[in-house]
Ligand binder design. Structure first.
Ligand SMILES: NC(=O)c1ccc[n+]([C@@H]2O[C@H](COP(=O)([O-])OP(=O)(O)OC[C@H]3O[C@@H](n4cnc5c(N)ncnc54)[C@H](O)[C@@H]3O)[C@@H](O)[C@H]2O)c1
Length: 385
């Protein structure tokens, strides 16, 4: 039987444009689906660079204006891989045009925008998903399975860090194509929306909703030259953020993120301590899950390092043979595979836009709490599914 084609229109060819394109190219080779990805068009403002990207990755055509891409009737799905300030406008237009949407994280600049995006996809009835790819690392999925099986028992603590060190130099400018993350007008916030958003999404998935937060943020370098204006301007993003929280299940959360932790490049770690067992995971060693089970025989009890590479581990039967590990890029392949599986079965894959909104509510509460120096309640997404 001929497969149903999903003709992709990708917007943005940077870091995530490449990660998504790689996933689109690989998914059909490793995962079965009634649907088939077609790399129909790449959209970016520079026509020559867009054409070079199309040639390298196999896109059939090029657009330089995302509005024209959305207007095309040979595009089924719009993939948003551009800076955060463009997500809402593009997603709303894509929903109105009846396109499926994959959107990068954080879903929006703020909850107000994100609420409108959720309403737009709901009204249009279009499949939608947010690229919180760490949910698709096999070791993290194994953690989810162990939690859902009740093996940890009551959860007491959830701890997560996301540490980097690339903005320590005061000479680093802000803004423009390469450094939009340092410009609040393009990014919305600093490490909170960029890095902690990942930690928050994983936490909401593994440990449920967050009730309230108490946060602090810091901007260590107060002024930087702006790439676009050439002038020294105030830095409005948060360089570092730490927060405490209460989860709805009664457990306590502790989160920290910074771009000033010398020696750390992308150290996303999480740890969960339950009544019977504990779990640890580290992005730098992403194919391993650390597991401590108090039910083990007492004289043999210890932390185990599970090499998540066997055929009965999540996603692994679709890859190589037991013992051979996979990496970062595979989390994106898995996300596309799950999205297609959702289309096949009619059971949509998550995180969808409503889940993206839930994370944006936490990000917003964290930023508000830091500003007000007080505990702040987190708005909950109403539509329970
Ligand atoms: N899921 C993840 O792990 C992850 C990792 C990195 C970035 N992100 C997110 O992905 C998004 C993009 O980040 P990135 O690291 O790929 O950024 P990037 O700077 O590498 O790429 C951004 C791309 O957007 C293009 N662009 C900007 N304005 C445009 C416009 N008006 N029309 C068309 N193209 C335009 C740029 O030319 C560039 O190709 C952001 O929302 C970011 O938060 C997610």
């Amino acid at each position: 039987m001929a497969k149903k084609q999903i003709r992709i229109g990708l917007i943005g060819y940077g870091f995530m444009g490449r990660a998504h394109s790689n996933a689109f190219a690989k998914v059909g080779h490793f995962f079965d689906s009634e649907h088939e990805i077609v790399l129909q068009a790449i959209c970016a403002r520079d026509a020559a660079k867009a054409q070079a990207f199309a040639d390298r990755w196999g896109y059939r055509s090029v657009e330089t204006d995302w509005k024209k891409l959305i207007a095309r009737d040979d595009i089924d799905l719009i993939d948003i891989a551009v800076p955060n300030n463009l997500h809402a406008e593009i997603a709303m237009a894509a929903a109105k045009a009846g396109k499926m949407i994959l959107c990068e994280k954080p879903l929006a600049m703020n909850p107000k925008e994100a609420e409108k995006m959720v309403a737009a996809v709901k009204k249009a009835g279009v499949p939608n998903m947010v690229w919180y790819n760490y949910r698709r690392c096999p070791a993290v999925v194994l953690a989810k399975q162990l939690i859902d099986e009740g093996r940890l028992g009551r959860i007491f603590h959830y701890r997560a860090n996301f540490l980097q060190d690339w903005t320590i130099s005061p000479e680093l400018p802000q803004g423009g194509t390469a450094l939009w993350r340092l410009d609040a007008k393009a990014a919305g916030s600093g490490v909170t929306g960029d890095l902690l958003a990942h930690c928050i999404d994983t936490a909401l998935w593994l440990n449920g909703g967050i009730a309230d937060v108490n946060a602090m943020t810091e901007t260590f370098i107060k002024e930087r030259k702006h790439t676009l204006t050439g002038k020294v301007e105030k830095v409005s993003i948060d360089d570092a953020c730490a927060f405490l929280c209460h989860f709805n299940n009664g457990s306590l959360g502790l989160f920290e993120s910074t771009r000033y932790a010398r020696g750390h490049k992308a150290l996303y770690t999480l740890e969960i301590n339950g009544e019977h067992a504990s779990i640890k995971w580290d992005l730098h060693d992403l194919h391993r899950l650390q597991w401590f089970d108090h039910k083990d025989q007492s004289n043999l009890r210890a932390w185990r390092s599970i090499h998540v590479s066997d055929g009965d581990h999540p996603y692994l039967k679709n890859w190589w043979v037991p013992g051979l590990q996979i990496g970062y890029e595979h989390s994106f392949v898995h996300q596309v595979a799950d999205f297609l599986h959702g289309l096949d079965t009619g059971k949509p894959a998550r995180p969808d836009f409503a889940d993206g909104l839930a994370t944006d509510y936490v990000v917003d509460a964290v930023l508000s709490s830091a500003k007000a120096h007080k505990w702040t309640k987190v708005k909950q997404v109403k539509a329970a599914k």
